[in-house]
Write a protein that binds this ligand. Sequence first.
Ligand code: PLP
Length: 418
Amino acid sequence: MDHFALVDGELHCEAVPLSRIAAEVGTPVYVYSANALRTQARRFRDGLKGAGRVHLAYAIKANPNIAVLNVLAREGYGADVVSGGEMARALAAGMPAADIVFSGVGKTRAELSRGIGAEIGQFNIELEEEGVVLAQLAAAQGKTARAVLRVNPDVDAGTHAKISTGKSENKFGVPIAEAADIFGRLAGLNGLNLRGVAIHIGSQLLDLGPLEAAYSRIGAFVSELRARGHTITHVDLGGGLGVNYKAGDVPPDPADFGAMVARVTKDWDVTLMFEPGRVITGNAGVLLTEVIWVKPGVTSPYVIVDAAMNDLARPALYDAWHDFEAVRPSGECMVANIAGPVCETGDTFARDREIDVVKSGDLAIFRTAGAYGATMASTYNSRPLVPEVLVDGDRYAVVADRIAAETILAAERVPDWL
Ligand SMILES: *Cc1c(COP(=O)(O)O)cnc(C)c1O
């Protein structure tokens, strides 16, 4: 079911009219549906029913709001974190340290030490030297860090170049050809419990083929490690499942993904770990905005909205598509460009797109903004930091405040020697 649907001609999130949120909180504002989050979390888990022992670590970079994390923690999800800040969020949201996976190609020594101190569940090692340092830091604290080695399987995920992570030229993981020797050198280190391997080949994957190819390579690699005498108990298969941004996108169904996983991994005898991000939160959120002007253009008019690239960066970053819909559609359509107020031509959400007719003062949404939306927001052009709202049935709460430009200004100063 769609948790953002028309009721009596007006878009609601669950039972709450979006116009009420706009009136009470202002725009632009992100609106998340708690029940959409729960539904997706359960669909993903249910899809993996046939896949044996499974650990789910939600990739919190997709949407790290602590209310969102709280909903997912109650669904039994741990977290995949990529910075000390994300680790702090996962712990603040009540996720048990043991359920946290620490990924990321540039974990600092300070971040590793904090993770060791908090006794987080697993470190995903990105290079040999990191493994050596992790072992030393853990031993110095009298601890043993559980870890897996991230392998770069050299598979083309068939996604946007900026979110492809599993090709040999990408910065992530160790080359699969060298991985067994690196594993062998790290496995015996004091302070390290190297228990398996990890991969993550990219994001917004709309085809299971590349995932299956990567998983098969990892399966063969696990056999090779075992043949060399290593004990492998965990394999982290990463995230990456895509979502539908526009009509015609057909992302893999979590049930089909799970069936593929069960088939490819049936003889592995390990705990499988997953790091889903976008597939859990992408369609659980919208960006609610108000039309400021409809300005004549050379070909199509410009619909200038009060949301901009600093609030939702994906179109400017990846040429991404977000459906745009009026909150009170009249049924009439127009062809328009949609742009924000930021002084960059890149601050354009859509070009020559057929949309609902809107005029100055109307409310509208960008759909599928629950992942890689608010978390990428900035205050560029000295715009406020965009707030976030969580809806659950007929209730809603502001779960992140709008941070005023004045608050940001208050953190700046002119040195007295100037
Ligand atoms: C970004 C990332 C994920 C999540 O990717 P999605 O496409 O949002 O599922 C998972 N694991 C790692 C290591 C990541 O960097």
